[in-house]
Design a protein around this ligand. Structure first.
Ligand SMILES: *Cc1c(COP(=O)(O)O)cnc(C)c1O
Length: 361
């Protein structure tokens, strides 16, 4: 059996060329006679992989020189806790745009005053709340947003202006998917398993000026301090060698494909071809999110009935399109359109959907 079109929400599809290179490196990495998973994380060979991944991220996202590129384990969810553990002194502000925001808010509340300054919960997270600076008191240690709502399908198309308050974002499901002003954020974190690579590594991009504001409390464990990762170049303990290696290959692929300008263009094309169905057949494919806030990464839809949604998922699977069932919180259909999905994959899925609507409307 060949490879199919994989729209799983995460872990998600990886570029075929990356998998081919990974296959070789599994047995023999750069002629060492040993695989990449079998060599010391302190070897020159692995250090060059680490440095390459950091340099590529810096270059692709256009990061300021003062931004540290860190690799942490524990997933994005560990960042939900590590962020307030290190930075919450007076109060933390959050914007609630769905399940992942709620998770980060709950962890923050364990550490101190947590202010939810805007929320789209009133309309089932179907939009991105309007934000103005004056929603903050000004004494907050940071404002946290979730740039893309993997479950409900909304996305911040521009970073909010927070004035002097630091801005922190969970970009797990849209990092490196488009040109964006990544330097507007004092800290960004992202689990790799959607757009950047396999599960097991979380990218943390943190400005030195923000890192300097961290709490100094001696009870914060070494493994949960950003400063440890900065000082030890993410090599305080054994890092997830394999995950970082694949991440570097994915970044290399991104650069070869033309960087964020090109990948952003493709992601827009892919989203357009799918959202067109909601616009042309709104009685059959009901888009879950307001037009202006639609995510380029996760297209969420409802069909006229749950039975039809089940039928859709199962017929799509037989036709070679995997992973289209919506999250249990939102129901319906979710098409996760990450970087590794080719434009042709989205076009073929749209053609299948056209046909499905014709037969079942
Ligand atoms: C997937 C996802 C997470 C969870 O990531 P883990 O690495 O499983 O902890 C958090 N936030 C967002 C926006 C996500 O899409």
């Amino acid at each position: 059996m060949g490879r199919i079109y994989n729209f799983y929400p995460g872990p998600a599809a990886l570029p075929v060329s990356v998998l081919e290179k990974a296959k070789d490196a599994l047995f023999d990495f750069r002629g060492m006679g040993a695989g990449i998973m079998e060599i010391s994380h302190r070897s020159a060979e692995f250090e060059s992989v680490l440095e390459s991944a950091q340099t590529r991220l810096r270059r692709l996202l256009g990061l300021d020189a003062s931004t540290h590129v860190l690799f942490v384990q524990g997933g994005a969810r560990m960042q939900f806790a590590m962020l307030p553990m290190n930075f919450l002194k007076t109060a933390a502000a959050y914007i609630n745009t769905g399940n992942w925001s709620e998770g980060s808010i709950a962890e923050s509340a364990r550490f101190g005053e947590t202010r939810v300054v805007a929320s789209s919960e009133d309309r089932h997270f179907s939009y991105i709340p309007k934000f103005q600076k004056d929603m903050l008191k000004g004494d907050e240690d940071y404002l946290h947003i979730t740039t893309n709502n993997t479950i409900y399908g909304g996305q911040w198309h521009e970073a909010p202006d927070t004035g002097d308050v630091a801005l922190v974002a969970d970009m797990s499901s849209d990092i490196a998917s488009r040109p964006h002003d990544y330097n507007r954020y004092d800290m960004i974190y992202a689990g790799a398993q959607k757009n950047l690579g396999p599960a097991g590594v979380t990218v943390v991009l943190i400005k030195e000026s923000f890192a300097q504001k961290a709490r100094q409390d001696s009870h914060i464990p070494m493994m949960l301090r950003y400063r440890t990762y900065i000082d030890k170049n993410s090599l305080y303990n054994t890092p997830p060698v394999w995950s970082i290696f694949i991440l570097d290959l994915v970044l290399e692929w991104l650069e070869e494909e033309g960087g964020l300008a090109e990948i952003g263009k493709r992601n827009q094309q892919k989203a357009d071809v799918l959202y067109r169905l909601c616009d042309e057949r709104p009685e059959f494919y009901r888009g879950c999110v307001e037009k202006a806030d639609r995510s380029l990464m996760n297209v969420t839809l409802r069909l006229p009935s749950e039975d039809l949604e089940k039928k859709f998922v199962s017929e799509a699977k037989s036709a070679g399109f995997l992973g289209l069932k919506g999250h249990k919180l939102s129901g319906g259909i979710r098409i996760s359109n990450y970087n590794a999905i080719p434009v042709e994959g989205a076009e073929k899925l749209a053609a299948f959907m056209e046909e499905f609507a014709r037969k079942n409307a």
